[in-house]
Write a protein that binds this ligand. Structure first.
Ligand code: B1M
Length: 211
């Protein structure tokens, strides 16, 4: 079994104690950090999601897989983040109200940070007003990122965009949205400035939005 396949299996089966060693071994034998992330860990989360939908695994298994992935990402972090911190300004980011998924949001934050932004991470289940409070506290911030993983929290994305706009920031900050159920069409419909399907393109879009 390849190292990347071993990592995928370890994340899927929630081998929290083994993951750091496995990721380090993969790096040591020259596997590329992006491939470890995409073909190992992200692929594992996709598979576990499909198995959850098929009632083959349940919430506890998803939780332990998520915990395992987070530990693995920590080993990769120094290999993924390379930009000079904050040279492009600040980015406020969070997962919207009602939504507790943060792995994708954390990867997006890591890649945006790596592109040269200072990240202000509001965490998960962030009410729209908290985005506005963070903007009030950081008047020099030009970019907000909002993530949603549930079809039921897509409305909260819309509410977040509306609240930021009505809070006086319509022409002052750019808003990027993303997450598994989100599309470009939805972003256009709710008046967000950008949509990105994955962490890599979120980082490129972030740079374009402030340039
Ligand atoms: Co949940 N969950 N979950 N879950 N979970 C999904 C999302 C689901 C698709 C699984 C399924 O049924 N196949 C399903 C949603 C169905 C739907 O809405 N249509 C689901 C469900 C139903 C639920 C619960 C309701 C289950 C329950 O309790 N019965 C519940 C809801 C809790 C809540 O939020 N209120 C729930 C709970 C959980 C856990 C807590 C157990 C855990 C999350 C742990 C954590 O995040 N700390 C969990 C997990 C792990 C998943 C799956 C398996 C994996 C998510 C993940 O981390 N993916 C997921 C299945 C799936 O996604 N296929 C599932 C890996 C990650 C790298 O990808 O997050 O898509 P992703 O991020 C990508 C892009 O989307 C994009 O870039 C990222 C990196 O490339 N992106 C952005 C994300 N944010 C962006 C922001 C941007 C730009 C791009 O700009 C700002």
């Amino acid at each position: 079994m390849s190292k990347i396949q071993e990592i995928k299996t370890a994340v899927e089966s929630g081998k929290v104690k083994l993951i750091e060693g496995l990721v380090q071994e993969a790096l040591d034998v020259g596997e590329k950090p992006n491939e470890i992330l995409d073909n190992g860990m992200v692929a594992a989360m996709r598979d576990i999601g499909a198995r959850f939908q098929a009632n083959e695994v349940f919430v506890p298994e998803m939780l332990v897989a998520a915990k395992t992935m987070k530990k693995g990402v920590e080993v990769l972090r120094p290999h993924l983040a390379s930009g000079s911190l904050g040279k492009l300004g600040k980015c406020i980011i969070g997962t919207v109200a009602g939504d507790l998924h943060d792995i994708g949001k954390n990867l997006v934050a890591l890649m945006i940070e790596s592109a040269g932004f200072e990240i202000i991470d509001l965490g998960v289940d962030v009410p729209p007003e908290k985005f506005v409070d963070a903007l009030n506290d950081n008047p020099d911030c030009k970019l907000v990122g909002a993530s949603a993983l549930l079809t039921t929290t897509m409305d909260a994305l819309e509410e977040t965009v509306k609240t930021i706009h009505s809070g006086g920031y319509k022409d002052k900050v750019k808003i990027m949205i993303g997450g598994a159920p989100v599309t470009q069409e939805f972003a256009d419909q709710i008046g967000a400035d950008a949509f990105a399907p994955d962490a890599g393109s979120a980082a490129s879009k972030a740079v374009q939005l402030v340039s």
